[in-house]
Design a binder for this molecule. Structure first.
Ligand SMILES: [Zn+2]
Length: 122
């Protein structure tokens, strides 16, 4: 692959990485172990008593449950981005992990963290 294109995609990946990390920071804390893993913060119980507090707690649990799939998809994406950056460093970027053929550039431009070609993705 052209070096210029790899550099361009690398920049895109780094920008995406920062954007995703900023999104994750809003509702998750970064785990120290294993690195790269994030935990959704469970809403704090503020100690209020009575029905309204219970209602509020139920809302917060609901919110927490709604957050989980979002966090999961961001985390998966972040892992793929880190993997792609790693591959760029090692000079094996843009190769399908399954069939070992080059992933078409058009696909990488849309989806730079792609690990498989479209055929193997199916
Ligand atoms: Zn493939």
């Amino acid at each position: 692959m052209e070096k210029k294109l790899v550099q361009k995609l690398k920049k895109k990946l780094e920008e995406e990485k920062t954007a995703i990390e900023n999104q994750l920071k809003r509702f998750a804390k970064k785990d120290i172990k294993p690195p790269g893993d994030w935990d959704t913060i469970f809403p704090k119980w503020d100690g209020e008593a009575g029905g309204s507090a219970l209602e509020k707690a139920a809302d917060e649990v609901e919110e927490y449950e709604a957050r989980l799939p979002v966090e999961f998809s961001l985390e998966t994406r972040l892992k793929d981005i880190n993997l792609a950056l790693e591959k760029i460093k090692e000079g094996r970027y843009g190769i399908c992990e399954k069939c070992r053929k080059e992933i078409p550039q058009e696909r990488l431009q849309v989806y730079p963290e792609a690990r498989f070609c479209l055929k193997c993705k199916k």
